[in-house]
Design a protein around this ligand. Structure first.
Ligand SMILES: Cc1cc2nc3c(=O)[nH]c(=O)nc-3n(C[C@H](O)[C@H](O)[C@H](O)COP(=O)(O)O)c2cc1C
Length: 298
């Protein structure tokens, strides 16, 4: 275990704790939260302690924390306690620098829509306005604010129920669903890092089907001990619902002229590695079932 740093978080400073948590828990989505105070002053601030937690009811939660340096509270937190409404605006790549500017700690009463240059559009069911540039905005009522502590850096969960959704139509596909490949969303990482969910950063992973996968534990022992096949390869093989039949294996041996191939390869280890390489190629080209059959040929 020499290569593992193992830490009791109570031994860390707030800054160190913040660093480990936020660098490890990422990318985090960003809620650009619009709120108002009792006098009607508008506030706009980004929060990456944020996610969706329920579909029915539709619940989003973000957390404006107490400031680590002086234990003061954020305007967004004060506002949702005064007026229990919020608009959570989603942030895409074209909005990153204005969003960052809106996180500036301007004095209370300063409208960060104005400071950051975002377009303020009246909401339909709540009083805080929404951000015109956002691909998607959620008008919410605040169900509950849950303080997680009363010291510096304690979070406060703002549990919000979505009552209206606004979507820019250009981000929809032909079926009227939001198209992830069009959205160009960004995520917050540790330190000053962000990431962009577009292009080659996006990939699909098929959900396990209704038929249960055989599991990695059912794969041949030489596959589990492979230096060629990765954990992802094992995950895909273990996701297949059936082991190959004897018939499949015989056919596969014929197709790959296993007898000849065997003749070319001097020892068992070499044969095993070459079969693993071939199986890996098959997995990468989507022939996972065939790869599993091949792996049963040795
Ligand atoms: C991308 C991003 C994410 C942030 N996430 C959080 C967060 O989750 N919680 C928090 O308390 N502050 C967060 N901040 C800092 C607040 O946005 C910042 O303190 C802001 O000034 C609060 O504004 P307010 O006092 O007007 O509400 C984040 C800042 C940025 C740029």
């Amino acid at each position: 275990m020499e290569d593992i740093l193992s830490i009791d978080p109570t031994t860390l400073s707030i800054g160190q704790r913040h660093g480990y948590l936020l660098s490890a828990i990422g990318p985090r989505p960003i809620a650009l939260a619009s709120t108002i105070d009792a006098e009607g002053n508008v506030n706009l601030s980004p929060y990456s302690f944020f996610n969706a937690f329920s579909t029915n009811p539709p619940i989003l939660i973000f957390s404006p924390a107490r400031r680590g340096r002086d234990n003061t509270t954020k305007h967004s937190y004060e506002n949702v306690n005064e007026i229990k409404e919020v608009v959570i605006n989603i942030v895409d790549h074209s909005m990153v620098h204005q969003m960052s500017l809106s996180s500036t700690e301007y004095p209370k009463g300063v409208n960060e829509f104005v400071k950051s240059g975002f377009t303020q559009i009246p909401s339909t069911k709540v009083r805080p306005p929404r951000v015109g540039e956002s691909p998607v905005s959620f008008e919410c009522i605040v169900k509950e604010v849950v303080p997680l502590g009363n010291v510096g850096a304690s979070g406060n969960l703002v549990i919000s129920e979505v009552i209206q959704i606004h979507i820019q139509k250009k981000f929809l596909d032909e079926q009227g669903k939001l198209d992830t490949t069009k959205l160009d969303l960004v995520g917050r990482m540790g330190g000053m890092w962000y990431c962009r969910a577009s292009g080659s950063a996006l990939f699909e992973v098929e959900k396990p089907g209704a038929e249960m996968g055989i599991g990695v534990d059912k794969l041949p022992s030489h596959v589990l001990a492979s230096h060629v096949l990765t954990g992802n390869d094992l995950g895909r093989l273990g996701g297949l619902s059936d082991l190959p039949t004897e018939e499949d294996i015989i056919k596969m041996k014929e197709v790959h002229q296993f007898a000849d191939w065997h003749g070319d390869i001097r020892d068992a280890e070499e044969l095993r590695d070459s079969v693993h390489h071939k199986a890996k190629e098959m997995i990468e080209s989507g022939l996972v079932k065939e790869a599993l059959t091949l792996l049963h040929c040795i």
